[in-house]
Ligand binder design. Structure first.
Ligand code: GTP
Ligand code: MG
Length: 150
């Protein structure tokens, strides 16, 4: 059984990574957010899967570094890192972004699921972190990728 789950939020600048974390914690949309949220740990007894969950805001760490961090691990050790594709700021769009998202999901099989949310409207915030926790604990895709072995 897993001891804990670590969720990293990565993405383009200003997509709302820090806002999503702060909204989850305070249950309200913060008017002002720091550049980067402190790492938070959600105790096991308040998570749906009863596993302590650490949430890390990757703002401020260069994308190259993230690539460096994930890529050798994925390729050499051959364990897949499950990804959740998050479409934040759904309050700003009238239509669902599924048409854009489906081709991306088909191309990258390591994406477990996608979720549209809005930190501003508190929509799908706890769900998003639950999906991420679930993706780690009960991944649906293969965890071992033989084609990447060498
Ligand atoms: P960096 O740390 O600079 O990479 O940005 P970030 O991804 O952490 O984004 P941040 O949380 O700082 O939010 C950027 C801007 O988007 C802020 O002005 C937020 O108020 C706004 N924002 C965040 N989430 C939402 C949302 O769901 N809807 C709307 N309308 N605005 C949002
Ligand atoms: Mg940030």
């Amino acid at each position: 059984m897993r001891k804990d789950v670590r969720i990293l939020l990565v993405g383009e600048p200003k997509v709302g990574k820090t806002s999503l974390i702060m909204t989850l914690v305070s249950e309200e949309f913060p008017a002002v957010v720091p550049y980067r949220a402190e790492e938070i740990t959600i105790p096991a007894d308040v998570t749906p899967e009863r596993v302590p969950t650490h949430i890390v805001d990757y703002s401020g760490i260069k994308q190259e570094y993230i690539y460096y961090l994930c890529s050798p691990f994925t390729v050499c050790v051959c364990f897949r890192v499950p990804l959740i594709l998050v479409g934040n700021k759904s309050d700003l769009v009238e239509h669902s972004s599924m048409e854009t998202v489906l081709p991306i999901m088909n191309k990258y099989t390591e994406i477990e699921t996608c979720v549209e949310c809005s930190a501003k409207n508190l929509k799908n915030i706890s769900e998003l972190f639950y999906y991420a926790q679930k993706a780690v604990l009960h991944p649906t895709g293969p965890l071992y990728c033989p084609e990447k072995k060498e």
